[in-house]
Write a protein that binds this ligand. Sequence first.
Ligand code: SAM
Length: 473
Amino acid sequence: MRTEAVEALAKSVWEYIEEERARRPKLSVPAHGLRILVEALKLAEEFKPSQHAKRVVFSKHGVLGTGLDRLLTSVFYDVLKKQGLLDRVIVELTGAESALILDPWLRAALRAAIDIVLFYRPDRDTLRRLRWSIADYLSARTHPFVGMYYWQLFDKILSYRPRPRSIEEALEWRYFLPAWFIRRMRELLGPEEAEELFKALNEKPLISVRVNTLKARVEEIVEELRREGKEPIISERVPVILKFEGPYDFDNSRLYREGKIIIQEEASAVASLVLAPRPGMTVVDLAAAPGGKTSHMAELMRNRGIIYAFDIDRTRIKRMRMLLHRMGITIVKIFEKDARKAPKILGEEIADRVMLDAPCTSTGTIAKNPELRWRVREEGLEEIIKLQRELLEAAARLLKPGGRMLYSTCSLLPEENEENVKWFLEKHPEFRLVELTGPYDPSPWLPGAMRAWPHRHKTIGFFYALLEKKEKR
Ligand code: SAM
């Protein structure tokens, strides 16, 4: 791009940031609040989910449930959402090869400081504390040199201006998504629709729950939620899905504890409806934990038949066990095993239905998970695709002739979706794609497959391909 064009782009990005900032109220945070924020950001790098790390630190300092909790929580998630960009600024300011080689305390402090200076309107005292108190804090936590280094960098933070060199980099500053993802989505959807998607990925999603029809009726749950002060909306596409504004304290919710509601997105619930297992069937769920779809299938089967549920993640399996127990589901046999071994364990051609809700980049769920956006990288893609294809092979071997499998992901990338299914169909002429006609849109890249889009359908991005093994002649 020409130099003048780049200059104009950089100017427009900065003007946009300033406009957005002007809309925010003044930010006033006490010194101990800033220290708690830095500690929580530091811990969030060490253990996931970040929400848990935050809770541990806030609880240790006795701020849980206070006004300071709400204030710090919003800055905490703001930093996570912008982390990739903040780290780039750190590299520019320090000259380090990567933000990741810095001392973790310094990194956490710089992320917080850059976010607050660039995107908030800190009052004068907060700005002073951010410089002086955090420098002291770093000195105490690490080494006085680190504190001094941070203190000196602060002037550079105050005068920092972004300098995007392309449209993708400029959009990165507007939507806080990595440039490679922006480029890919613009190629796939065109610049205008891609921008609608980027906006949707930055909107705060409603809480979405599925009613467990083995234990409750939808109307009963709606009434109870209303009594709790919520205004649930019944999904038009999936009438057992309810959406309402958060926050919602699931830990203290009777409906949740009694297994009458389950956290699940509408697009995710559509997967089990599409596969449509019936009572008495033999079903295999190859990537099952934490059990959203397994439990839904068991419900559709009215708790009759059998579901073999595979996953390799012990913590997620533990959550699935608790979920199934709460929901009163008794037909699931869990295997903590690599699903690629499932045909060896269970035998070939034993299943009427196979659910393959494959591990993926999860790019369709960015709105729900603020830090995910910077974790997904183009480089890891090949490995994921290889695993997805090996799982497809296992699913093929498990199915009886006449049986059906659903290949689904919460990824937006065709490489993990349509491309995999095309590859599979070429290799397996004994399968056919069963055309899906709703409730979402046909895939533009594979006729018969279906896509849910955050900007079009107000749910997570999702892909569905229903495959049937032809009967033997
Ligand atoms: N179907 C689940 C639900 O609805 O709650 C979500 C599944 S999530 C998209 C993908 C899962 O695949 C993760 O729980 C992950 O641990 C699991 N996974 C990854 N590699 C696996 C493998 N080789 N075998 C079995 N499970 C695997």
